[in-house]
Design a protein around this ligand. Structure first.
Ligand code: NAD
Ligand code: IPM
Ligand code: MN
Length: 359
């Protein structure tokens, strides 16, 4: 198979974790005889510094020519006081909107070998396997009007029927392929957008009689995700709730550094990015956990290219390295040896190579 991938390293630890993920992509290409053509482009703070634009036209053009996009992370203190249009995060929001990537899939799976690194009790965290389906191109992130003066500020949360229908359909379809359970998360006791959301889930459920649906308020789900995460299969929610709940859910796994994501729109194209940000305080130290970005490559292979076996091989290798007791600083407990980003990546590369030698 031959595919074009645009790589957007971004800021902070973005370039470090992307370099690791690209190495994994290349070894998979070599082992399974695929050619991945990689093109690099600028986004976020790096693009502001170079082009005074967090999402330059050249970057959009390169992504348009590609089959998929791999993104690191954007943002950092250097740009935190920039005007809204010149913030790194604006570049990320714009690329999601430009490509209509309305569905952000954020799987949260507890690796058995990481249970000791989670602050949750083993019996609470073990066997967790849920998927947060986050609406990504609507809601308060994009609604108009928005405005800020010294005296007041306004953001607008708006959802059209169609925007809700398509993400809800997506979540029902996914639930059907998994364990057949869907939890829709809203704040219908307060918000009109949530009331419309809940009505649409109620209408749609008749098309999916094989899926068991429940509605839950977001504040209560925030609690239950920590006390009893094992009850969830697919969790579908609007943009900002999904952002918050996914970082929260990362606690179950032991680190935000292991959560991948896929931002898709229902065809083959997709943007693959870790859930975490640019972690500026650890950037440049070789301390970043590259697992989230490596696992995002696995999602790319599966969702955009249909390469299930290759995706499974990446997941197997990552799991095997954890099983062998190798961790970056975010996951290491006091007696563990801490590996750098590159050392840990080498373990994954060796694991993949070794599985071919022994065949
Ligand atoms: P963050 O996700 O960057 O970091 C949160 C915490 O998790 C920090 O303690 C960090 O050190 C740790 N962490 C995150 N990823 C890690 C990894 N791979 N390995 C080890 N530790 C990891 O969130 P933040 O600190 O709130 O935000 C920093 C910047 O990142 C901000 O500018 C924010 O806007 C941006 N951000 C970008 C994205 C993105 O590009 N998708 C996502 C979230 C935040
Ligand atoms: C994420 C990030 C982004 C979001 C920011 C950086 C715009 O937190 O991808 O989760 O809020 O969507
Ligand atoms: Mn986030």
């Amino acid at each position: 198979m031959e595919k074009k991938i645009t790589v957007l390293p971004g800021d902070g630890i973005g370039p470090e974790v992307v370099a690791s993920a690209v190495k994994v992509l290349q070894v998979i290409g070599k082992r399974y005889n695929h050619t991945f053509h990689l093109g690099y482009a600028a986004i976020g703070g790096a693009a502001i510094d170079q082009f005074n634009n967090p999402l330059p036209d050249e970057t959009i053009a390169m992504c348009e020519e590609s089959d998929a996009v791999l993104l690191g992370a954007v943002g950092g203190p250097k740009w935190d006081n920039n005007p809204p249009e010149l913030r790194p995060e604006k570049g990320l929001l714009k690329i999601r909107k430009h490509f209509d990537l309305f569905a952000n899939l954020r799987p949260v799976k507890a690796f058995p070998s990481l249970l000791a690194s989670s602050p949750l009790k083993r019996e609470v965290a073990e066997n967790v396997d849920l998927m947060i389906v986050r609406e990504l191109t609507g809601g308060i992130y994009f609604g108009e009007p928005r405005k800020k003066t010294n005296e007041a500020a306004v953001d607008t949360c708006v959802y059209s029927r169609r925007e809700i229908e398509r993400i809800v359909e997506n979540a029902f379809e996914l639930a059907r392929l998994r364990r057949g359970k869907l939890c829709s998360v809203d704040k219908a006791n307060v918000l009109d957008t949530s009331r419309l959301w809940r009505e649409i889930v109620e209408e749609k459920k008749f098309q999916y009689p094989d899926v068991e649906v429940e509605h839950n308020l977001v504040d209560s789900v925030a609690m239950k995700l920590i006390t009893n995460p094992g009850q969830y299969d697919v969790v579908v929610t609007e943009n900002m709730f999904g952002d918050i709940l996914s970082d929260e859910a990362s606690v179950i796994t032991g680190s935000l550094g292991v959560l991948p994501s896929a931002s898709i729109r229902g065809d083959q194209f997709g943007l693959y990015e870790p859930v975490h940000g640019s972690a500026p305080e650890i950037a440049g130290q070789g301390a970043a956990n590259p697992a989230a970005t490596i696992l995002s490559v696995a999602m790319m292979l599966q969702y955009s290219f249909g390469l299930k076996e290759e995706a499974a091989e990446i997941e197997r290798a990552v799991n095997a390295v954890f099983e062998d007791g190798y961790y970056t600083a975010d996951l290491a407990r006091h007696h563990d040896r801490v590996l750098t980003t590159d050392e840990w990546t080498d373990k994954v590369l060796n694991e993949i190579d070794a599985s071919f030698v022994s065949d």
